[in-house]
Ligand binder design. Structure first.
Ligand code: MF3
Ligand code: CO
Length: 294
């Protein structure tokens, strides 16, 4: 098979562990993947596909992840520091038997990313960063529970936000919805990125190329890399059971970014313009997608 993994006999148990006979389970999907591979398409290994029990595990993790973001949404306001948010996150997670996927990930020192205004991503929670009227902030939350990973982020507008900032936040959100609408089983991942990109650039914004979405489930970051600067009809084939995020970083100004050299993490726009990001996590289904975390 294209992924160099064994193929069971038709009457043997399916490789996915469902207990069903192979011919009644993944045989047809495997044949389709093999045929697309033979046609020269990019087909990712079957080991990335999530089974119903995995989806249940991811949903339990995502319930906590979204609970944290709901809590943040209810309490965030001018006067709150981003370190306050980090503390809310830590107490919510421990009260729900979960841990942050961010904390200690490749040395990341906090439990959440808080990115204000020109901060593109990986903003450090900080006692000195006190939210002010007119700020926009992305709170990016990732949870591990029962061995499964969930990941989503939301933008919050603090008090009276300028129409320009509000439009950036809204267009970015719309672009994620357009990306979701482009998720079709047996389509291409490049269709998703292209749909996101079009909404953002049609509105006069730019999309960051250096960062993108990712497969997720049993690991924090799995294949595929999900670019939001991609062409339709390119990239890996979308197969039912694939789980990944859509999380474009969208700049009001130029797309250039700069990573803070003093910590190696905090990414800002090079021109000081504002940046927004929303992130959702989904699974490809037989007829489209199911949202897992948002
Ligand atoms: N949550 C981010 C993502 O969407 C990853 C953050 S990694 C961290 O993929 F280490 F900065 F937390
Ligand atoms: Co992510």
């Amino acid at each position: 098979m294209f992924d160099h993994e064994p193929v069971p006999g038709r009457n043997d148990p399916c490789w996915c562990g469902s207990g069903k006979k192979y011919k009644k389970c993944h045989e047809a999907s495997d044949m389709k993947m093999e045929r697309l591979y033979d046609d020269g398409e990019e087909v990712l290994p079957r080991s990335l596909l999530k089974m119903p029990r995995d989806i249940e595990g991811i949903k339990a993790s995502a319930a906590v992840n979204m609970g944290v973001l709901d809590y943040v949404g209810e309490h965030i306001r001018a006067g709150v520091s981003t370190m306050d948010i980090n503390e809310w996150v830590e107490s919510y997670l421990s009260a729900h038997g979960a841990v942050s996927a961010d904390l200690n990930f490749e040395g990341y020192p906090y439990s959440v990313c808080t990115s204000i205004n020109d901060v593109v991503c990986h903003g450090f929670p900080n006692n000195d960063d006190v939210l002010q009227d007119g700020d926009i902030i992305n709170v990016d939350m990732s949870t591990i529970k029962g061995g499964y990973f969930s990941d989503s982020s939301r933008m919050f507008c603090i008090g009276e936000v300028s129409p320009e900032r509000r439009r950036l936040v809204e267009v970015c959100h719309e672009s994620v919805k357009a990306g979701l609408a482009a998720v079709k089983p047996w389509g291409h991942l490049g269709d998703v990125g292209a749909a996101v990109h079009k909404v953002c650039t049609d509105a006069g914004f730019t999309v960051i190329e250096e960062y993108g979405g990712h497969g997720i489930g049993k690991e924090f970051h799995e294949d595929p890399f999900v670019s939001f600067v991609s062409d339709p009809g390119t990239g890996p084939i979308l197969v039912p059971g694939m789980c990944f995020t859509i999380e474009p970083m969208v700049n009001a100004g130029k797309p250039g970014i700069r990573t803070d050299r003093s910590n190696g993490w905090i990414v800002r726009t090079r021109d000081g313009s504002d940046s927004a990001q929303w992130e959702v996590q989904l699974v490809v289904t037989e007829d489209g997608y199911e949202l897992l975390s948002w």
